[in-house]
Design a protein around this ligand. Sequence first.
Ligand code: C5P
Length: 239
Amino acid sequence: MTHTNTPSRYWIIVPAAGVGARMGAGMPKQYLTLLGKTILEHTLERLLGLPNVTGVLVAISPTDNIWPQLPVSANPRITRIDGGAERSDSVLNALEALADQAQAQDWVLVHDAARPCITLSAIQNLCAVLVDDPVGGILAVPVSDTIKRVDANHTIVQTLDRTQLWQAQTPQLFRYGLLRASLASARARGQTITDEASALEANGHPHRVVEGRADNIKITRPEDLALAHTILQQQETTQ
Ligand code: C5P
C-alpha cells in the first residue's frame, strides 16, 4: 500500500446492534445500567475522550427504540447507522457509510459496546505501537487458563499449548481499505467472522497483537455485570 506523508485520520466504529441473548436480560445488554449509566454510555464516554478522532459511528439495530432516548445520541460527534444481522455486518455497514469520506490508509478503531472498561491509555498504546504499520493489529492478553478443546459430549480431546495463545479483545485497529475489503470478501465467502482480525487473517494480511489489560472484559453473561461494576468503580477512583 502507498502511504502519503499526511498523518492518517482515525475513525471509531462501535457495533452496538446485538440483542445480548446470552445475557438473558430481556433487553440488549448495552442498555443495562452500571453506576447510573448504561453500558453503551460508559463505552462511548471513554471513546469520546480520545483526541484527534475524525468521526464516531455507532451501529444500532433498526428496531432499537432505546438509543434515541439516551442523551449521548444527540452528540454531534456521533453518527448512528443501521446495524446488520451479525456483528461483522454492523461493522461493514459502518465502513460502507464512510465510503465517501475515508481514505484507504485511514485508521479504523472498532470497539464493542459491550466492553465499557476499556482505558484510554490502552487505546493510545495500541495506536502508538501500530502507527507505522501497513495493516494494523488488536489489543489482546496472553491466556492465563489452560484451554481444552472438547467434542460434542464435552469430552476433552486436546489441551492446547497456552504459550502460543492470546485472547483477542477490542479495540481492533486496521487501515480502512484493508478492513473493508477483508470484511466484504469474508461475507462473500459466507465465512463466520467474530472479529475484524479474523477477516484480515483470512485475506492474508498478517498483523500483530498488542498487549492490553485483563480488566477490559466483554460483558456477555449475567455474572460479568458485577465484575464490570467493580472494575469501573475501581478505575474511577484510580484514574
Ligand atoms: O454478542 P457479542 O458480545 O459478540 O457482540 C459484540 C458486540 O457486537 C456487541 O457490542 C453487540 O452489540 C455488537 N453486535 C452488533 N450487531 C450484531 C450483533 C452484535 O453490532 N448483529
